[in-house]
Design a binder for this molecule. Structure first.
Ligand code: DX5
Ligand code: ZN
Length: 215
């Protein structure tokens, strides 16, 4: 059995009490902290940048999993590394305006884990050539930009295909993950679960996290 990694997305946290929120998910058993970075160009929303990631670094010893939904990720990667990211995921779509090969290498050379993400509308064939240069594949299970959207089961063939090609790569799912959709994702071969709403909008974070693990 593969170890299941739960990565709460702080996009759904109460930012007026970010310190408390991070301490609460850490105490509740979170494995990583997922930071969603949005630039208002690659996606239709703006979230936060390296400054906040650096503050989060000071609040927890958990690995920081940084998901860049931005144009020209290569330009910003050094700032997120400096801020303390442990993994950085970039998008494969041409709208992200960077060289995927070069950015993945740039992330790895900085001693960080490199992830590659694809949107629901994007064909799996686009990421396939990069799998052996990535430490993680992020299969978006909603169109990125906003928390609280329903999970797209139609993305599971991508997870299954990736798992059949590579038994060791981390496969992360992101968007609409709750107890039920976590089970569907794990059964398809995913081992990293990003969840915003189902954790931060729950009363009991520990219960929410253990439900995601199926325990
Ligand atoms: C989507 C982000 C997700 C999102 C997940 O644009 O990449 O990480 O915050 O949120 P929920 O779990 O609420 O779908
Ligand atoms: Zn994300």
């Amino acid at each position: 059995m593969r170890k299941i990694i739960v990565a709460p997305s702080i996009l759904a946290a109460d930012f007026s009490q970010l310190g408390d929120e991070i301490r609460r998910v850490e105490a509740a058993g979170a494995d990583w902290i997922h930071c969603d970075i949005m630039d208002g160009h690659f996606v239709d929303n703006i979230s936060f940048g390296p400054e906040i990631v650096g503050r989060v670094r000071g609040l927890t010893s958990l690995p920081l999993d940084v998901h860049l939904m931005i144009e020209h990720a290569d330009h910003y990667v050094p700032r997120f590394i400096k801020a303390g990211a442990n993994s950085i995921t970039v998008h494969v779509e041409s709208e992200a305006k960077h060289s995927v090969t070069k950015t993945l290498l740039q992330i790895r050379q900085a001693g960080c884990r490199a992830g590659l993400a694809l949107n629901p509308e994007t064909s799996f064939s686009l990421v396939e050539p990069f799998l052996d240069r990535s430490d993680m594949l992020l299969v978006m299970t909603v169109h990125p930009g906003f928390g609280g959207q329903p999970f797209r089961t139609d993305q599971m063939p991508k997870v299954k295909r990736a798992r059949s090609l590579n038994s060791t790569i981390n496969i992360e799912v992101d968007g609409g993950i709750n107890a039920e959709t976590a089970r569907i994702s794990i059964d398809s071969g995913a081992n990293v679960l990003v969840a915003g709403t189902s954790i931060f909008h729950a009363k009991d974070y520990a219960e929410a996290i253990s439900k995601l693990r199926g325990t």
